[in-house]
Design a protein around this ligand. Sequence first.
Ligand SMILES: [Zn+2]
Length: 279
Amino acid sequence: MRIFTAALATETNTFSPISVDKRAFEASLYAHPGEHPATPTLCTAPITVGREVTTQLGWTLIEGSASWADPGGLINRDTYEELRDEILDQLSAAMPVDGVVLGLHGAMVANGYDDPEGDLLSRVRDIVGNKVLVCAELDPHSHLTAKRVAAADFFVAFKEFPHTDFVDRARDLWAIAVEALRGAVAPVMSTFDCRMIDIFPTSKQPMRGFVDKIREIEQADPAILSISVIHGFMAADVPEMGTKIIVVTDSEQAKGDALAEQLGREPVCHARHVHDGPD
Ligand SMILES: [Zn+2]
């Protein structure tokens, strides 16, 4: 198997006046292919875990660039397009591949792009076609847009906030990808929009219990490959901001849809509901 991996991530506060350009990435992390350090940063564990997994399996990992900028305001348009096109060119050069495993954050916003990750994933899909597996790890403080859901096979987000589990979740991402590439599972993604804006620390109740519960569901049912809560990132004025549930099943779309809605309607998640209209 030949698998391409890369990372492009930051968390954009669209209300901040601080523009993020190439220098901001270079000051935090800007690694050329194969030069990512052995220690992962928040959004680049798919690369370091991918090295371990593919080495064990004897598969080929083709590394693209890895970039992370500390959170700031909008990304300069030229910077986003340069970093995006660098990865897309590397992917094109690596073709044919069997899978693409990316490290993203999910709350990037660039000048001229409300949904850079949706833009990047759609362009990745255009290059590889519909039969190649495309998946990514996300920070839960992200925007789960319809465009990115349509472009990717599945996402796995960190479960914990504070984010103590980004390496463990990269292992989950890779474990599902490996099983899918072996033909043992066929991941399909179900989502539910909770229509909420809030902050959900998982170190205390009620979220501690909710995360424990979704882990129990994952472990109890082999058809449930992964469950993630996209908390959302309220410091971004983008149309699809908000709290969403992701359920990844093994070919069980209807079951995943029902579980995503059931979890999204749990009373714990509706403690402070954002209403559709005035009441
Ligand atoms: Zn976060």
